[in-house]
Every structure is written in C-alpha cells, then in structure tokens.
Ligand binder design. Structure first.
Ligand SMILES: [Fe+2]
Ligand SMILES: [Fe+2]
Length: 172
C-alpha cells in the first residue's frame, strides 16, 4: 500500500451511490486516518494532546457502534468457526488501538515513545481498516440486501449518536 489516500480511493471504488452502512463506516475510517496524519505532522504539545483526545474519542465511538451493530450482525450470519475467530480478531484490534491511545495520553508528545506508539497505532489501524473495507464490506454485500444495509446504517448512526452523548457527558 503506497499511502492512505490511495488506499481509501481504492476502497471507495465500485460502491453504489446512496448511504448504506459501508458509506458510514468509510466516512469514520477516513476521519480517523485523517486525524492520525494530523497527529503525526503536529509538533506543538498542546495541539498534539487535543488531536489525540479527539482521535481517541472518535475511535471509541466508532469501535463500539461498529461492534454492536455490524460485527454482531455478521456474527449472527456467520456459521463457520473460522469466521468467528476472525470476528474476534476485529474486537481485539479495537482494544489494542485503544490501549495505545490510552498510553499515548500519558506520554510526552515529540518523545521517541510518542512517535513509536503513533507508528504502531497507525500500522494497526491501517491494517484493520483495509481488512474491513475489503473483506468485511464484501461479506456485508454478500449476506445482506441493500435495504438491510441502509437499515444497518441507520442503526449505526443511532448507536453513534448515543455514544457521542455519553462521551460528551463523561468529558464534561
Ligand atoms: Fe471500522
Ligand atoms: Fe473496526
């Protein structure tokens, strides 16, 4: 993979217009990857922390909404044991990234550790997003009709809104 923009363009090609769950997931992924790039480019400590807070919150909300609405729906549709293992990997990757963000929040921006953790988080997120937009999007298209995917998108938005309110209340 040459760079993030190429990857997102490739992932976006060939999808039908109109919003279904894949459009919403793709939008979240683009926003997380964009914030991650901003974080890598930033040098001022305070701005690093502000971007990290925004990124971490966006990640937690995306991960939880995705687990509740999308992963669970796929698990319900998946019979093979092998597929279940892969679903588990997705959950663990969400957890690993959140763990890295948590450690980063206690780390001095511009330190070696800061950069190392960001680079590891970036590799994990890129791999995760790439797998979702290739394999998971294909599974969604295979198992659910367009109306179901639109409805799944609606439920994802609702879950996201609810989680956003909860996160805002926590931060207040
Ligand atoms: Fe995702
Ligand atoms: Fe995910």
């Amino acid at each position: 993979m040459s760079n993030i923009r190429d990857m997102l363009e490739i992932a976006g090609r060939g999808n039908s217009p109109g919003a279904d769950i894949r459009d919403q997931l793709r939008r979240d992924h683009e926003s997380v990857l964009g914030d991650l790039e901003a974080l890598r480019a930033e040098t001022a400590d305070q701005r690093c922390q502000a971007i990290l807070r925004r990124l971490r919150r966006a990640w937690v909300i995306h991960a939880l909404a995705e687990e509740t609405v999308v992963y669970r729906a796929l698990e319900g549709a998946e019979a093979a044991v092998e597929s279940k293992t892969r679903a588990d990997e997705r959950f663990i990757e969400h957890e690993l990234v959140e763990g890295l963000f948590e450690k980063l929040s206690r780390c001095r921006p511009s330190s070696l550790e800061w950069h190392a953790r960001i680079n590891v988080a970036r590799s994990l997120i890129l791999r995760h997003v790439e797998t979702e937009q290739a394999d998971m999007f294909a599974q969604l298209a295979q198992r659910f009709d367009e109306a179901t995917l639109v409805e799944m998108g609606r439920r994802f938005e609702l879950a996201r809104d609810k989680l956003t309110l909860l996160e805002e209340a926590k931060a207040a």
